[in-house]
Design a binder for this molecule. Structure first.
Ligand code: SAM
Length: 293
């Protein structure tokens, strides 16, 4: 659909007519069955779509140009939340707006206390080979990240520090699972995501004219001693159980260690990522004058 068509549809659909909203009351309805299947990665991947819950997140996604396919609203939402704009956008994209009892809402998202509104959006992955790196750019690459909470937190932190993207290397947890999306608190809509097989990442790194910084418990340098400013940086973080693979270690220009004093074996992956990202971006993030004594 062209942008003009979409705009026309949007204008004419600003106030959704009651007839356009499809009321569904049965769990056996095939649309509901399809929606329920989206809690399983295989089905999300097949259709390249995912679910999000809550009006705030839905409006965030729409504001950032993400494509909505379906909006599902609980009957009890009427008069409690103002979803008219979201519904109009959904109609404008040729999407479906469903009204369902709250128990169906809970069965779709597998929650006892479901939100009153949820939506289905198209997934987005960007082309890593098309990235043009500039000095000051920071990307974070995650080797086989397993935990959805860690991944969501890292995407959120990457957003907070102004990183340019998150690169998922190897077989990782799904960034589009409900749990990860929730943990990103909306940052999934503003941080570009890239997917790379380990072998592709290794090949790419051979021609990269920047610094790949790996993090490792046996890292050879203290993370505060590295010059991150003179070239683009790709920060590589290891898997929660196994750390960085040997292959990935071998392409790191620097291998950084965050010192530890206590008895803990290692830091949590998301915490270590946060420490590294803030150090790398230290000079790019202006000091807040109000806090300078
Ligand atoms: N058992 C794993 C190992 O031996 O590497 C621990 C992995 S740790 C939970 C997950 C990742 O967080 C590591 O691969 C590394 O990227 C980062 N990390 C955690 N603590 C770190 C530290 N003190 N210095 C550098 N990186 C660290």
């Amino acid at each position: 659909m062209s942008h003009n068509d979409e705009q026309k549809n949007y204008e004419s659909a600003k106030t959704p007519r009651a007839g356009q909203v499809k009321e569904v009351t049965s769990l056996a309805n095939p649309i509901i069955k399809d929606l329920r299947s989206l809690t399983v990665k295989k089905y999300r991947d097949q259709q390249k779509i995912f679910m999000i819950e809550g009006l705030e997140l839905i409006e965030d996604a729409l504001a950032q140009g993400w494509s909505i396919k379906t909006l599902v609203v609980a009957k009890s939402a009427k008069g409690k939340i103002d979803y008219e704009q979201a519904a109009a956008r959904c109609f404008a994209r040729g999407g479906l707006v469903l009204e369902v009892p709250e128990k169906i809402m809970g069965s779709i998202t597998r929650r006892d206390n479901p939100q009153l509104i949820m939506a289905v959006f198209e997934q987005q992955y960007h082309d890593f080979n098309a990235v043009r790196f500039a000095r000051g750019d920071v990307y974070i690459a995650l080797d086989r990240v397993r935990d959805p909470g860690n991944l969501g937190t890292i995407i959120r932190t990457a957003d907070a520090v102004g990183a340019k993207g998150v690169i998922l290397v190897g077989d990782t947890t799904d960034p589009y699972s409900l749990e990860t999306v929730r943990a990103t608190m909306g940052s999934i809509f503003s941080v570009p995501l890239y997917k790379q097989k380990e072998s592709d990442f290794l090949n790419w790194s051979k021609q990269f004219k920047g610094l790949v910084v790996g993090t490792h418990l046996q890292g050879s340098v203290d993370y505060r001693s590295i010059n991150y400013q003179s070239q683009p940086v790709v920060l590589l973080m290891g898997n929660e159980q196994q750390g960085l693979s040997d292959g990935l270690v071998s392409v790191c220009g620097k291998l950084a260690r965050i010192p530890q004093a206590g008895r803990a074996d290692s830091l949590n992956l998301a915490i270590a990522s946060g420490i590294m990202l803030y150090e790398i971006r230290r000079e790019a993030l202006p000091m807040d004058e109000r806090t300078v004594s």
